[in-house]
Design a protein around this ligand. Sequence first.
Ligand SMILES: Cc1cc2nc3c(=O)[nH]c(=O)nc-3n(C[C@H](O)[C@H](O)[C@H](O)COP(=O)(O)O)c2cc1C
Length: 200
Amino acid sequence: MPKVLFVNACVRGEASRTLRLARVFLDALSAACPQVEIIHQDLTTMGLRSVDMDTLNRKEALCDQLAWDDPLFAPAVAFQQADAVVIAAPYWDMSFPSILKVWVENMYVRNLTFKYVNDQSVGLCRGKEAVYITTAGSPIGEHDWGTMYIRDVLKVLGIPGFAEVKAEALDLAGRDVEAIMAAAEAQAKQAAQQLAAQLA
Ligand SMILES: Cc1cc2nc3c(=O)[nH]c(=O)nc-3n(C[C@H](O)[C@H](O)[C@H](O)COP(=O)(O)O)c2cc1C
């Protein structure tokens, strides 16, 4: 049974248009691939902490011991074992809400999600596909730091496949928001079908 990790960084909860797109994506994925198991990580409620000095020291010691049963690593174990990762995050301040950066900090676990070989970092994640879903108030333009950063992080951790679903210019006066969202929902359904085919 393929496992898909859904990472929800939609801070506005039920009001979030990014979450709306993500749900369209996940529903289409479940319809196209009924055997898929979707594991939800809601970053707004799961209490992830940014890494301070004490946590860093403890984490490095646990990484040396391969102590993956420690609760500190539970989110990273789910990430490492997933067959695919779907991340939903609104476009905030030229990237995404800071809770997603905290998630990234928690996903970098030496000897679990990456290891060093001859001074080179090698990704250890099992999944090979990821989808990044975002919405923005204005056109994002070519320098989409949020998407580029997440794509590179996932690649370093061993997940090379990357698709994106985007709705832009949602907050500009005079825009037909529902038409933009409908186009993005069609994009989401297509991306879900592609992922379902890859997981089959
Ligand atoms: C704190 C904050 C920061 C934002 N920063 C940007 C930005 O840098 N560029 C942009 O185009 N829109 C920005 N927006 C607008 C959001 O990207 C837009 O409203 C998006 O659709 C919100 O997604 P949501 O409905 O999933 O919360 C920002 C909104 C908020 C609340």
